[in-house]
Design a binder for this molecule. Sequence first.
Ligand SMILES: C[S@@+](CC[C@H](N)C(=O)[O-])C[C@H]1O[C@@H](n2cnc3c(N)ncnc32)[C@H](O)[C@@H]1O
Length: 275
Amino acid sequence: MGEIVKLLKYYVTLLIPKFLIMGVIRKFSIGSYEFRLKMGVVDRPHYGYCVLNAAKLAKELKHDRICVVEFGVAGGNGLLNLEYHAQEVEKLLGIKIDVYGFDTGEGLPTLLDYRDLPYHWKPGFFKMDVPKLQSRLKKAKLIIGNISETSKTFFRDHNPAPIAAMFQDFDFYSSTEKALKMLDEDDKYFLPRVYCYLDDIIGSEVELYNDYTGERLAINEFNASHPFKKFSPAYHLITRANTQTWHHQIFIYHNFQHPKYNDFVSIENQQLPNG
Ligand SMILES: C[S@@+](CC[C@H](N)C(=O)[O-])C[C@H]1O[C@@H](n2cnc3c(N)ncnc32)[C@H](O)[C@@H]1O
C-alpha cells in the first residue's frame, strides 16, 4: 500500500508542473502557433491539426488556395474556431484558406428513423442566431439550408477552392450521408487526400455510437459503395504513445483515382546506409 501511495505522489508531482506550464502557455499565448498546437494548448487542437496538415499537403501539391468545411455549425463556436486556425495557418504557410459552414440555421431537422438516434437527438436542437453569428464571422461563409439542397448547389454557386479538410458534425446518419454525396462531385473540388474530423463517433454510455447508426454508418456505407474512394482511420495518430480521444476521430479520405493522388510528396532521399 505504502508503495502505491509513494508512486501516486511521484506522479502527482510530475503532473502538477506540466499542467501549470501548459496553463501559462495557453493563457499568455507563449510561443508560435505551431508550437502551441503541438503542445495541445489551443482550443480544438483537432481542428488545428486538420487545417495545418491539409494546408501542408496542399502546398506540396502546388495549390495556393484551399477551403475547409464544417458540416453542422449550430451557435458557431466551431466555425469561429476554424476561422482562427485557418488564419494562423495562412500566416504560417502563406496559403489562402477559405472557410465554409453548412447548417439549416434552424437546428436539427426531422429525424429519418433509428439511424438518426432518436433516443439522443430531437428536431430543433442547436438553433442558430444567424445575424449574431454572421456579425462575428471574419472570413467564413455560412451556407444556410438543408444539406439535401445545399449539397447540390454549393459547387455551382461558390466555385470553391479544393476542399482540404472537413469537419463532420451533422449528428445524424441521414444528414452525413447527404454531405458525403458531395464527394461524388468533380475531383477538382478536392485534394486527393482530405483530413476529416468526425464529431459523433465516440460519445458515452448514452449515445452508444456504433457502426450501424449515425455518422459511423454513413462512413461505412460510403466506403462499401465506393471502390476507389475510402475513409480510413489515421493510424499514425492512434498508435502514438499518448493517444487522445480526438486522434480516434480523425479519418483521412482517400480518392485513389484523383489525378494528383500519386504525386510524390515525401522525402526525396530515402537511401538507407548499405550494410
Ligand atoms: C451539434 S450541432 C454542430 C455544432 C458545431 N459544429 C460546434 O462544434 O459548435 C449540429 C448541427 O447540424 C445541423 N444539421 C443537422 N442536419 C442538418 C441538415 N440536414 N442540413 C443542414 N444542417 C444540419 C443542425 O442544424 C445543427 O446545428
